[in-house]
Design a protein around this ligand. Sequence first.
Ligand code: SAM
Length: 366
Amino acid sequence: MEDKMNIEFPESYPMAGGDGAHSYAQNSKYQRGYVEAAKEMIMEAIVKKFDIKTLSTPLNSIFVADLGCSTGPNTFLAVQNIVDAIELKYQSEDYCTREIPEFQVFFNDHASNDFNTLFKSFPPKRNYLAAGVPGSFYGRLFPKATIHIFHSSNSLNWLSKVPNEITNKTSPAWNKGRIHYTNAKKEVVEAYATQYAMGMESFLSARGEELVVGGMMVLLIAAVPDVILSSDFTICTHLELLESCLTDMEKMGLVSEAKLDSINLPLYFPSLKELMAVFERNRRFSIESIQELSLQDKQVSPQTLTLTLRAGLEGVFEKHFGNDIMDEVFDRYSKKVASTPIYLNLGHENQKTLLLSVLLKCKPND
Ligand SMILES: C[S@@+](CC[C@H](N)C(=O)[O-])C[C@H]1O[C@@H](n2cnc3c(N)ncnc32)[C@H](O)[C@@H]1O
């Protein structure tokens, strides 16, 4: 069975678990802003495009899955938005004679995600049944043609793995002294881009099997402009700043050269053009809309920014460097962002990270 579905256990770097001071649960307000910004789009998409009458399966129950749910609480907000929108649709004129079906929501993340924290913090009053689904969304997670709506926020920037060639000392793509592809040599950038495109292809192919025809997929993906000027700031600029903290520490002998040479973040922020190309190559989905979302809170403190980044990246760093240097790395980052106010003003005209919402619909097989 596993062979047939090609289920793999790839590298995983879950967000900081638990609900303590450094946890993702306490430090994901930035990501929450993104989910909140998508609420209206989701409501409209479901009302206008989730056509219950044309789904390929009868609707006794509605199956929704959130991919890359982490430990909460943002996932609860995201799935509630979807469930509320469908209920609203049933209460509308066209559907008011039908009984509202039951909702089953699947919360997916890597097996190493802190599912206990997630399960313990389920909203006490919820109008859906819930189940956890461990595994990588780059492979199959659900039986064929069973899911009506997939959602994924802030998760599809994580690669299935670091591209092999960038850690190979004999390869032209060896990423010596760097932790990411930002402003790296072209072979490194290409290796990351290829890994991303391959991952997205697997992701779309698995979802194409699992969605019912007429089912929908809402993806919130952080992206960058097709052309980035040297005056632009994006999420990648933060990773460069973080890298500079590690380089400083290496110069002071706090981190070894070999350790710095061998760490690479499994994160990728595609351009709009790259994303469109990925979606257009996959023939199972029609692109219903791609919109840029805007956050409500545009000003952020150095402390919040640091805790947000730490909750997301500590897992990768800790696995590689051990726990001892974590405070030092992120203290340095905090001081650096505090001294450059543009990092803290997300509404600044040079801030160019694109928060995209992509709506795809599953077509019948050709
Ligand atoms: C930044 S968190 C986003 C959490 C939540 N969706 C939100 O918007 O706050 C990214 C999540 O994606 C998960 N993730 C990354 N790659 C994954 C994969 N291949 N399969 C399943 N989950 C993955 C991570 O473990 C992490 O929990």
